[in-house]
Ligand binder design. Sequence first.
Ligand code: PBG
Length: 322
Amino acid sequence: MSSRLRRMRRNESLRKLVRETHVQPSDLIYPIFVREGQTEPEPILSMPGQYRLPINRLSETAKEVEGLGIGALLIFGLPSRKDDGATSCYDPNGVVQQAIREVKKATPNLVVMTDVCVCAYMGHGHCGVLNGQEIDNDATLPLLARMALSHARAGADVVAPSSMMDEQVGAIRTALDTEGLKDTAVMAYSAKFSSAFYGPFREAADSAPSFGDRASYQHDYANPRHARRELLQDIEEGADILMVKPGLAYLDVVLRARELSDLPIAAYAVSGEYSMIKAAAERGWLDEKKIVLETLTAFRRAGADLIITYHAKEASTWLNNS
Ligand code: PBG
């Protein structure tokens, strides 16, 4: 027999030689939660190993992340004040704006990304302005643009709108360009599905909707063609990076996005994915290191250039020592 596939998987040296997919720390993006008005890190119970960080600890985190070779930080803010106008989201001294400056001061070359969404800034916890019980798309756009602008002015390299309002990417791109911030990039949460995998995050960010759910703005998880239309629309509106979220259960969508566009594709291994692995590992049911490296490789194999993961620090340590 001429073809014996086992020949090239006989030992680790041969396997390494012909390995098709690689993961590096620089492919990873580490999401962090920053809470205003506290001085100590606060453990997030549903996400063991993750914390709501005070601003005064960010330089330490940024240096650690940079030292590990991780590609970027993605900042989520928990403001001390919520109101119906989400006014603290565009405050030049808001929690995220302060966090950006703190990280840039400690690590000027570390890429800083910020989440642009109002759900943590308004008491009702929805991702847009309310009009009765409805989420008002067009009333939300100027708010998102204003928030993105203030992040860019504070020094963010990439703003990442996640509220799933139509035309959010275009509104932000136009605002940035008009205000002379042409170099600030936009990472679009394009294929963001309405998902139970976000459960632990909503505890972490204190952003659960107080009534209803997010199904009128996030995608129906049964609809890959609908998600494709939004990917195409975000490309038109000027996105620099496209995102698929959640990750593991949506690798088919990652593959479709890869085939659709030459833009960088990011996949978000969301809070529920992290918590499931942690819970099983705590019980000794799964080998955490092996599972994480296998799943990160799966994201890359499906076509993701970038992976947003709460495991970024641990994974980078493992990758750097392998
Ligand atoms: C805010 C936002 C959410 C996540 C990222 N940005 C929560 C949501 O849409 O309910 C989820 C991230 C995660 O679960 O890790 N709009």
